[in-house]
Design a binder for this molecule. Sequence first.
Ligand code: NAP
Length: 327
Amino acid sequence: MITGLVAEAADLALEISVVGSFSRLGAVVRRRTAHWGPLPRADGRRIVITGATSGIGLAAARALAGAGADLVLVGRAGPRLDSALAEVLEARDVPGASVRAVPADLSDLGQAVQLAERLAALAPIHALVHNAGALATTYTRAPGGSEQTVTVHLLAPYLLTEHLLGVLQDAAPARVVVTTSGGMYTQRHCLADLEMSPADYRGPVAYARAKRAQVVLVDEWQRRYRRSGVDFFAVHPGWADTPGLRHGMPTFARWLGPALRTPEEGADTLAWLAAGGGQPVPGRVWLDRRPRLEHRAPWTIVPQAAAADQGAALWAWCAERARARTV
Ligand SMILES: NC(=O)c1ccc[n+]([C@@H]2O[C@H](COP(=O)([O-])OP(=O)(O)OC[C@H]3O[C@@H](n4cnc5c(N)ncnc54)[C@H](OP(=O)(O)O)[C@@H]3O)[C@@H](O)[C@H]2O)c1
C-alpha cells in the first residue's frame, strides 16, 4: 500500500506524464494507493448501462453485478446482447438481483425515445451510465438525419437524460455518468464545428470533438440541475484493450500492446461512481477514482464565463436536434 505524500507524488507524476496516467501503469500504481478500496456494495441500486455488450461497459456491468446491483443492460438487439446478459447473470453475487437486457440502437433517436419510455417504467433508477460509443472512420448519416458520432455520443445521451431526469430525481441521490475519452484533450469545444459534414469528415477528429462536447454537456447538466439530487460525472477510462479500441485505432492498440489497461481497469472508475463512490466535483473529468484536469493543452481552455455560455448553447443545440429528429 502506498500512503501519504509518496502516494500523492506518484499520482501527480503519472498525471503529468500523460502516458503513465492513461496506460496500465496508472491503474496498477493508483490501485495501490491509500485512497483506493473495494467497489462499494450496490445492493438494491438500479443502474442502467449503455454499451453494455462489450469492452468497458460489459466489464463495468460484471463488476457491478458482483457488488449486488440491479442492472439494465442496453445494447443493440442481437447475439452480443444475449451473451452479455448471460455473462452478467453469471457474475451476480446476489441471486435475487435483477439483470435485464433492453435493446436499442442509439444512433436511431426514435429507438432512444422508446428506450427512455421502457426505462422509465423500470423506476427507480439510481444511476444512468452513457457508455455506448465508437470511433467511426467513415461518415454515416444516422436515421433522422444527424451524423452518427454526434447522435450516439451526444443526442441519445441528452434525450435519455432529459427524459429520465424526473425518474432519477425520485431516486435521489442519483447519478449520470458519461464515458468520455482522452481524445477530447486535443480539442477545443466549438459548437459550429461539432457536427462534421460528409465532405470534411475525419473520424478521429469527429470522435474527439464529440467526446469534448460530452464533458461540456456534463458541466452544463451539473450547473442546470445542481439542486435536483442528481449529480453528473464524466469519466475517462484511460487506454483499455477493448474490441472498440482495436477496431477504431488498430495501429495505436498494436503499438501500446501490453501497456493497455484491461477492460476491467478501464471500467473501474465508471463502476465505482455508478455504485456511489466519490463525491461530485462539477466541471471535472474522472480517471482512477479522482477528478482530473479538464484541459491539458492551453488552446482548448475557454474562459469560465464563456464556458457557461457554451454549455447552455450546446444544451439548446441538443434539445433542438433531438426534438427535430424525433417528431
Ligand atoms: N477502450 C478505450 O481505450 C477507450 C478510451 C476512451 C474512451 N472509450 C470509450 O469507452 C466507451 C466504451 O468503448 P469500448 O472501448 O468498451 O468499446 P467496445 O468494446 O466497442 O464497446 C462499445 C459499446 O458501445 C456500443 N455501441 C456502439 N454504437 C452503438 C449504437 N449505435 N447503439 C447502441 N450501442 C452502441 C457497442 O454495442 P455493439 O455491441 O452493438 O457494437 C458496445 O457495447 C466508448 O464510449 C468509448 O468511446 C474507450
